[in-house]
Ligand binder design. Structure first.
Ligand SMILES: Nc1ncnc2c1ncn2[C@@H]1O[C@H](COP(=O)(O)OP(=O)(O)OP(=O)(O)O)[C@@H](O)[C@H]1O
Ligand SMILES: O=C(O)C1=C[C@@H](O)[C@@H](O)[C@H](O)C1
Ligand SMILES: [Mg+2]
Length: 168
């Protein structure tokens, strides 16, 4: 089975995805890391050199490659991945999708403690700019995120709760 974790930057896709994959004895694939390795460039460099549109094209191709090459994996997607091309349908057809729905306040708390320079859409933003950007972005993206087959609202999540959701 392929399991895709989707949600905003800071919602815990990478953190939780690693734990879930270890629990299931599945491969763990981080879409952003997969793109960086394939390209030999960081996400920030790709944005700087090719813009967001160029990055979204690489992201779509990477997702197609993962779907074609993995059968048992937990995939932590990038925050915007479900919102471009037909990526959400692609993931829903290929496996199980879980939307990690985390309140903006908590995203801000977590992200302000992390390195924003690796996240080009957030780099250089003040705390109040971060709050308004995340609020607006989540409002735009929710229509895609809610197409996931499963929704987990609010932390704390437990691995057991996720396994139950997936009937595993
Ligand atoms: N359940 C949790 N409880 C507390 N902190 C958490 C939890 N999950 C993640 N974090 C923290 O929040 C930050 C963001 O988590 P993580 O990188 O897993 O998010 P992400 O969804 O993969 O974000 P991105 O889309 O930017 O890759 C990290 O600093 C991480 O330690
Ligand atoms: O939310 C987004 O649009 C992004 C999230 C990150 O995971 C990266 O995929 C990139 O920084 C863009
Ligand atoms: Mg991540």
């Amino acid at each position: 089975m392929l399991i895709f974790l989707i949600g905003m930057m800071g919602s815990g896709k990478t953190t939780l995805g690693k734990e879930l994959a270890a629990e299931l004895n599945y491969s763990f694939v981080d879409l952003d890391a997969f793109i960086e390795e394939k390209e030999g460039r960081t996400i920030a460099e790709i944005f700087a050199q090719q813009g967001q549109q160029g990055f979204r094209e690489l992201e779509h191709k990477a997702l197609q490659t993962i779907v074609a090459n993995y059968s048992q994996a937990v995939v932590a997607t990038g925050g915007g991945a479900p919102c471009f091309f037909n990526n959400i349908q692609l993931m829903n057809q290929a496996g199980e999708t879980i939307f990690l729905d985390v309140p903006i306040k908590m995203l801000v708390q977590r992200l302000s403690q992390s390195d924003l320079s690796t996240r080009p859409l957030l780099a250089g933003k003040t705390q109040s700019e971060l709050i308004s950007f995340l609020g607006k972005t989540l409002a735009d993206r929710r229509q895609f995120y809610v197409q996931a087959k499963h929704l987990v609202a609010m932390p704390p999540y437990t691995i057991n709760a996720l396994l139950k959701l997936l009937l595993l």
